[in-house]
Design a protein around this ligand. Structure first.
Ligand SMILES: *Cc1c(COP(=O)(O)O)cnc(C)c1O
Length: 376
């Protein structure tokens, strides 16, 4: 074939249903960072997560983490324990608050924060500095972290948990939806996520009071007054009514998107697990992953690179697993508690094309390149 179209790692997948909501925004001139679609989108999320929670939709997942830290009172001189194996947006807001991230490595069963290492880190911080102010745990690639274990440790030491569910909308843990498992949850609707509003996020809280505080802070912290009166520092973090319209349309197809991503994973697994050199992350009993990205672990850095470069040659996008935060130049001075797990995953792991809009033909094309590489 002469012209092959590029295959992306994870691209937006509109259903067509978004348009009617966006049209309402235009027809009613609600082109603002508030409005009926914002309220409607929040109701949709609350109904979906189904766990007596309150959602506030915001401009991004990063903004949501930032406000979560703010709500928990994290400030200058505080330490926040953060999963090292993640995207930098989990950790950056700690620094926005003038606080210091302390990184905790992963466990092999879920690739997420190791409960054992978390407890070691807490005890060590208690001995050498002071009590960490919060814990940020991440459901990476859609696989839930061990919430029972993490929450039990958090409770024992009385430290709140921020649940970074940016990659895990549609995942669940013993029947409970990710985003509602810990004290404050966050979601992302960035362009590459399982559903998207082009850019956006949500903060999930258990109390209406916390939601109201989040909305207050996200709309410039205006006190009740006819003029503009401020007694605290606010942010411009509220979601636009237009984008909330896209979100409402996307919520209607969320379950289909999860099924499609899980089908992609199953396809790769069915065709590649016969090779000893290729490993997949299985769901532990009770864990349900949205399989946001399908990842493989190869036998070596060299093998990973040979697959990645062969795909690239055919205009197929793939990506090494997240580079752990404790290995990032920007966090080179940060304290970290490591066990080699995330470093090994980073060296050998590859995210394969995973969009819910991939065709069978696309999947076959990706598979063929990988098979050719493995048979060399
Ligand atoms: C995407 C992502 C975020 C940030 O979300 P944005 O909406 O892009 O700001 C945070 N954490 C993780 C793990 C993510 O993948």
């Amino acid at each position: 074939m002469l012209t092959m179209t590029k295959i992306y790692l994870s691209s937006p997948h509109m259903s067509g249903l978004e348009q009617k909501y966006v049209n309402t925004a235009f027809d009613t001139n609600w082109i603002a960072p508030l409005g009926p679609l914002v309220d409607g989108f929040e109701n949709d999320i609350e109904a979906y997560l189904n766990n007596d929670i309150h959602a506030s939709v915001l401009s991004s997942g990063t903004a949501s983490i930032h406000l979560a830290l703010q709500l928990l009172g994290v400030g200058t001189g505080d330490e926040v324990l953060c999963q090292s194996f993640t995207f930098s947006a989990s950790a950056n807001p700690i620094v926005y608050q003038g606080a210091t991230p302390v990184f905790v490595d992963s466990e092999t069963d879920t690739w997420n924060m190791s409960p054992e290492l978390l407890e070691i880190a807490i005890n060590d911080r208690l001995n050498s500095y002071k009590k960490p102010k919060a814990i940020i745990a991440v459901h990476l690639y859609g696989m839930p972290y061990k919430a029972n274990e993490i929450n039990a440790i958090a409770k024992k030491y009385d430290i709140p948990v921020i649940e970074d569910s940016a990659e895990a909308l549609g995942s669940s843990y013993f029947g409970v939806k990710c985003g509602t498992l810990s004290d404050i949850g966050i979601l992302s609707f960035n362009g590459n996520k399982i559903i998207t509003t082009s850019g956006g996020g949500a903060l999930i809280t258990k109390s209406l009071d916390l939601k109201q505080k989040a909305v207050f802070l996200s709309t410039q912290a205006r006190d009740q007054a006819p003029h503009y009166e401020h007694s605290s520092i606010g942010y411009n973090y509220r979601m636009s009514n237009v984008l909330a319209g896209i979100g409402r349309g996307q919520m209607e197809v969320l379950d289909e998107r999860v099924e499609a991503r899980r089908r992609n994973f199953q396809f790769y697994k069915n065709n590649l697990s016969k090779f000893d050199s290729i490993q997949f992350l299985e769901e532990p009993e009770g864990f349900y992953s949205n399989r946001w990205l399908s990842c493989i672990i190869t036998s070596s850095y060299e093998q990973r690179e040979s697959i990645r470069l062969a795909l690239l040659e055919d205009d197929i996008e793939s990506r090494p697993l997240w580079k752990p935060m404790h290995m990032q130049p920007v966090f080179k001075n940060a304290v970290s508690y490591t066990n080699g797990v995330s470093e090994d995953l980073f060296n050998k792991g590859l995210c394969l094309p995973s969009g819910s809009n991939l065709t069978q033909q696309d999947l076959e094309r990706v598979l063929q390149i990988i098979l050719n590489t493995l048979s060399l």
